[in-house]
Write a protein that binds this ligand. Structure first.
Ligand SMILES: [Fe+2]
Length: 199
C-alpha cells in the first residue's frame, strides 16, 4: 500500500511564501487523494502489489488497460508530490553551489537567466501541470500529473507544481507571483544531491 509521506516541516513553516492552508490541503487532501486512488487500482492486481511507484510509471504501457489511466494520473501524482515536498524547506532559497551551479551556469550563463527560463516555462503550462529541471539542464513541462519516467526521461532534479491547487488560495490567478515566491523555499542541497547522484 502506498502512503503519503509526512512533511519534514510544519504546515506553516513556509508561510511567508506558501500558507499553511495550502500546504495542509495540498498534502493531506490532494496528495492523499492520489494515493487512495492508486491503492484502489493496484489492489485489483495482486501481481502489481509491492512494486515501487517508479516501476509502475516506467512500465505504464504494460499495465492492464483498465488501470493504466488511473496509475498515470494518480501514480504520477503520488511520485511528483513525494518529490515536491522535499524540494521545499523553510531553510530554502538562495542559489545552489558546487557542480550543480556550474552546470546551470554553463547552460544558462547566469543563475537569474536560469530562473527566468524556468519561470517562463512554468507560466507557459496551459491548465494543470509541472515544470522540471532535468539532469542535462533542459527545462521541460508535463501536463496533468504525467510522470517523466513514463516517457523514458530520467528522474527530474527539481520540479514545480503549477496546478491551481498549489497556489490559488494565496495567489489567486497570479501564477507568476507564486513562481517568484517559490524560489525562496527551494531546497537546493536536495537538488544538488540528486544532480551529484546522476554523475
Ligand atoms: Fe499538487
Amino acid at each position: 500500500m502506498f502512503s503519503v509521506p509526512a512533511l519534514n516541516y510544519d504546515y506553516d513553516a513556509l508561510s511567508d511564501y506558501i500558507s499553511a492552508d495550502i500546504m495542509q490541503l495540498h498534502h493531506d487532501k490532494h496528495h492523499q487523494g492520489y494515493v487512495d486512488k492508486l491503492n484502489a487500482a493496484v489492489e485489483k492486481y495482486p501481481e502489481l502489489q509491492g512494486r515501487a511507484v517508479e516501476e509502475l510509471l516506467v512500465g505504464l504501457n504494460s499495465l492492464p488497460d483498465d488501470i493504466r489511466t488511473t496509475v498515470r494520473n494518480n501514480g504520477g501524482g503520488h511520485y511528483n508530490h513525494c518529490l515536491f515536498w522535499v524540494w521545499m524547506s523553510p531553510q530554502g532559497g538562495g542559489q545552489p553551489s558546487g557542480p550543480l551551479l556550474e552546470a546551470i551556469l554553463q547552460r544558462y550563463e547566469t543563475f537569474e537567466t536560469f530562473q527566468e527560463e524556468f519561470a517562463a516555462k512554468a507560466i507557459s503550462v496551459f491548465g494543470s501541470g509541472w515544470v522540471w529541471l532535468q539532469p542535462n539542464m533542459d527545462i521541460i513541462t508535463t501536463p496533468n500529473q504525467d510522470s517523466l519516467l513514463s516517457s523514458g526521461e530520467p528522474a527530474p532534479l527539481l520540479g514545480l507544481d503549477v496546478w491551481e491547487h498549489a497556489y490559488y488560495l494565496d495567489y489567486k490567478n497570479k501564477r507568476p507571483e507564486y513562481i517568484k515566491a517559490w524560489w525562496n523555499v527551494v531546497n537546493w542541497p536536495v537538488v544538488e544531491a540528486r544532480f551529484d547522484a546522476t554523475n
